[in-house]
Ligand binder design. Structure first.
Ligand SMILES: [Fe+2]
Ligand SMILES: [Fe+2]
Length: 200
């Protein structure tokens, strides 16, 4: 079993299999969305550093991830240019917006970081699952290899967010909160229609 199987990532709802086929017919659109997702991953790490300057491990661990996610953006952009695609406009990310809307309200201040780390881990886990579908299901070998690299990298980031949470919170609390987020995410996903022009 690979480390990117849903059973390892814990995801409660598998992606609708139609999604990969939709994505493969709108490659330019999916690459545009992917490019902006990578930018958001970088800015999310910057925001976590800005909000937690007193937590040295957060700064140490996330600073290189900012560089890595920005590198991912550049990889996607390079692939787009190779194909003569334009970057296109940033879209509303319904998946992430719904996750944020479902964040438990009135959290005590000391738990806010835990939930932000869980949301980060969640988006990485789902992205990893989606990249796996593309890396296994697309016709073009070059693209399968391209998405395989992202799958591996985002699986590592999912683990990194969980590990960071366990550094600052008791393991049992992290596990319980992660389970809570797995349920929230399954609910969010059930509200979204699969679209070939969106990573999520
Ligand atoms: Fe990334
Ligand atoms: Fe990532």
């Amino acid at each position: 079993m690979s480390t990117t199987d849903n059973s390892i990532l814990g995801l409660k709802m598998p992606t609708d299999p139609r999604w990969k086929d939709l994505a493969s017919v709108s490659l330019q659109e999916i690459l545009t969305d992917h490019a902006f997702c990578e930018q958001k991953a970088a800015t999310n790490c910057i925001t976590l550093i800005q909000r937690n300057p007193d937590k040295e491990e957060i700064v140490n661990v996330l600073a290189p991830i900012v560089t890595e996610e920005w590198g991912h953006f550049r990889m996607v952009w390079a692939e787009m240019k190779k194909r003569g695609f334009k970057l296109g406009k940033q879209r509303k990310n319904d998946y992430v917006n719904l996750l944020l809307q479902n964040e438990p309200k009135d959290l005590p201040n000391e738990d806010k970081l835990l939930h932000k780390l869980m949301i980060g881990a969640m988006i990485e886990a789902r992205s990893c699952e989606r990249f796996r579908l593309l890396s296994e299901g697309l016709e073009e070998a070059g693209l399968r290899k391209f998405y395989h690299k992202f799958m591996i990298s985002e699986a590592g980031h999912y683990r990194l967010f969980i590990d960071l949470a366990e550094r600052y919170y008791p393991v049992e609390k992290v596990r319980a909160t992660w389970q809570q987020w797995l349920d929230i995410e399954a609910h969010v996903l059930s509200m979204l229609v699969p679209r070939g022009d969106r990573m999520h």
